[in-house]
Design a protein around this ligand. Sequence first.
Ligand SMILES: [Ca+2]
Ligand SMILES: [Ca+2]
Length: 89
Amino acid sequence: MSQLSEKHKLDFVNALFQFTDEDDDGALTLDEFSTLYERLALQFGPESSPLSELSGSEYRAKFDSVDVDHDGKVTRQEFLDDLLAFLHD
Ligand SMILES: [Ca+2]
Ligand SMILES: [Ca+2]
């Protein structure tokens, strides 16, 4: 994996965070987080995305797994850590 593509991924995830953080407070609430996943499902289509199958409680479970310190918010760092791990494959 080249440094350029790592930087590209970081830029992508940062942009995605900015886009998702609708009130610009630097953290994602469960609502903002759920909206992101709904948009991703729309973007990639129901057939190709398992995310579209997520129900309310599954958003919650996913949110809790990304919110590693369990303060009820996903910070930029928590979001980066999760997405970069996800994009690593
Ligand atoms: Ca926010
Ligand atoms: Ca947190």
